[in-house]
Design a protein around this ligand. Structure first.
Ligand SMILES: Nc1ncnc2c1ncn2[C@@H]1O[C@H](COP(=O)(O)OP(=O)(O)OP(=O)(O)O)[C@@H](O)[C@H]1O
Ligand SMILES: [Mg+2]
Length: 290
């Protein structure tokens, strides 16, 4: 699916001249891996809600495979778009509505596809195994009683089981510990053909899986670049109150000090092991303390 935003403006309260998004033009193609970054209140969640047709543009348009969202709305076809997009809310408990975690995962597949119970259970079991989650535990618990990492995984599993063309994630790693973050990122990076759009304050977490970066500031699109060019936009990011990835800030500093790297590193662990190797090959001479 292709999605195109054309001269899009959005405000929540029509009586107030306070635009949450201003004059956004954007083309999203199948298979892209995109991070949306921007300070709090810059419009990331609003943009995501528009992409999932949960709200409609105040001005301008969104085209889904060339068809205007207004037309789809009039024809009552928005549900067909939402079915092609899996969305992970910023607060996953806001999207849960079933009493058991198992029902939460299987609700969509039971309702959208004509599958018998055994097939559904076997699909859920396989998926949960790849998420390192036990189906028997999932059958017993309420989705609301899971840990925050498990809630995120449950919401992601509920989306993935439907094989959507797009998966949109709003702050998926917020509040998770390092292993929870790594686990989630590993799952997301395994979705090769799916378009991934992730809104995040933790760009370092996602640098290894994205190929494009979109920056928002005060409702405007201020950045739309390929990941490989990010190094040239660190100052632009700072100017727009977007925190540049730490791993790139360190490499900028090293390059400015005349320390050359063999290539750019997207993950801190890889940069550290490269530097360790480089320092061991040409050890730094330390001044002896007399
Ligand atoms: N339901 C709402 N009603 C009115 N205004 C809203 C609503 N939701 C968001 N806003 C406003 O719209 C603007 C954009 O908010 P949004 O939640 O999209 O930002 P964000 O980039 O996702 O922020 P964060 O990083 O904190 O999640 C903000 O000024 C916010 O106060
Ligand atoms: Mg948000």
């Amino acid at each position: 699916m292709k999605i195109e935003l054309i001269d899009l403006w959005f405000r929540y309260d029509l009586s107030v001249n306070d635009w949450a998004l201003k004059d956004i033009n954007l083309k999203l193609s199948q298979g892209e891996k995109i991070a949306i970054v921007g300070p709090a209140g810059s419009g990331k969640t609003t943009l995501i809600q528009l992409l999932d047709t949960l709200v409609l543009p105040t001005k301008g348009d969104i085209l889904f495979d060339g068809i205007s969202v207004g037309t789809l709305s009039k024809k009552k076809q928005l549900a067909t778009i939402r079915r092609r997009i899996g969305l992970l809310f910023q607060f996953p408990e806001h999207q849960f509505f079933q009493e058991s975690a198992y029902e939460e995962i299987t609700f969509g597949i039971k309702n959208f596809f004509d599958l018998d119970e055994d097939t559904v259970e076997s699909m859920a079991k396989d998926l949960l195994a790849s998420f390192n989650m036990d189906i028997e535990m999932i059958k017993r618990v309420s989705p609301f009683n899971l840990s925050s990492g498990e809630k995120r995984k449950l919401a992601l599993a509920s989306a993935i089981i439907l094989s959507p063309e797009f998966i949109i994630l709003d702050e998926p790693t917020a509040g998770l510990d390092a292993s929870g973050r790594q686990e989630l990122i590993k799952i997301i990076s395994s979705l090769k053909d799916t378009t991934i759009i992730v809104a995040t304050h933790n760009l370092d977490d996602f640098l290894c899986i994205i190929d494009r970066l979109i920056g928002l500031s005060k409702g405007r699109k201020v950045l739309d670049i390929q990941k490989k060019d990010t190094m040239n936009f660190l100052q632009d990011m700072k100017n727009n109150n977007i925190t540049p990835p730490l791993v790139l800030q360190i490499q900028r500093w090293l390059l400015d000090k005349g320390i050359n790297l063999d290539h750019l590193y997207w993950e801190m662990e890889d940069l550290i092991s490269y530097l360790r190797q480089k320092l061991e090959l040409s050890p730094v001479k330390r001044n002896r303390v007399p």
